[in-house]
Design a protein around this ligand. Sequence first.
Ligand code: PLP
Ligand code: COI
Length: 341
Amino acid sequence: MPKDIDWGSLGFGYVATDKRFVANFKDGKWDEGTLTEDATVTMSECAGVLQYAQTCFEGLKAYRTEDGKVVCFRPDLNASRMKDSCEKLKMPVFPEDKFVDAVVEVVKANLDWVPPYGSGATLYLRPYEFGINPVIGVKPADDYQFRIFCTPVGPYFKGGAKPIVIRVSDLDRAAPHGTGNIKAGLNYAMSLYNIVDAHEAGYSENMYLDPQTRTKVEETGGANFIFITKDGTLVTPKSDSILPSITRRSLCIVAEKYLGMKVEHREVLLSELDSFAECGLCGTAAVISPVGKIVDHGREICFPSGMDEMGPWTKKLYDTLTGIQMGRIEAPEGWIKVIAE
Ligand code: PLP
Ligand code: COI
């Protein structure tokens, strides 16, 4: 039974739930890992994560479906992306199959925290790993901790499905050949100054461009872009320095296979933005958040879909993706992991 909470008024925040998973890497190997009620982490003042930010994370959600099951969406892809992140940060990989098992364990141990079907809220899971032993010379840690906690969340952007206004950023998020394509904590630390500045200036997010030429669209601080052309083609920016969003990759399949749309994954120029009919931000936290307007210094790009509601193609993509996640629409093979019947 879901807890007695006002699910509809939840924002995207942290609420401590009953149990979380913890595994330790010591003496060159992972222990079995266990669930714990202890929501705190104790570590050396000199831990690698505190000195040199040796940490990466993932984000995925558990949903209550229309027919009362609890499921999560493509956790194997989070496991595989976390492997990529760990390898690039010289961290030991928590085995992918055990990652998925731990996701299942955490959701099962917190079933009452999975929001009711139709409430607008979901259970967000945050797997993460960090270097925990003392490190003072610049080198990888020897010991690591892998954890997964979960927290019930509402919409990432205030207003939910209302179109947002974003700005073209003057600062960069990820260098070419850098760490933009992994989920390293450092990428987000880098974006904090700029997101606070954007919010103070009245924008919901920053559109980052490719740092080398500043002519191509990359992504925002926490989501990939989708664009829809006037003739209904889904266009997603291609770059080696953006995070390969699981939502975006899933939407491309949904667009093609469920909605019969043409799909293009290619470089997107800043100069072509005003030719698109619709724009959105996609990600686990954001789901699909429609963008009504992009401000590029003096130039305003206002999408024909307007500032009141999602454009028609974005809505179809949103309804189909969330329909698959909530069990209203049949999912492609392997997308849904059933956790409780
Ligand atoms: N881009 C960034 C920088 C992100 O932090 C996220 C969130 O995970 C995404 C894109 C969306 O990725 P996904 O759809 O896998 O959640
Ligand atoms: C997610 O969508 O899961 C993320 O990790 C984005 C984060 C900025 C909340």
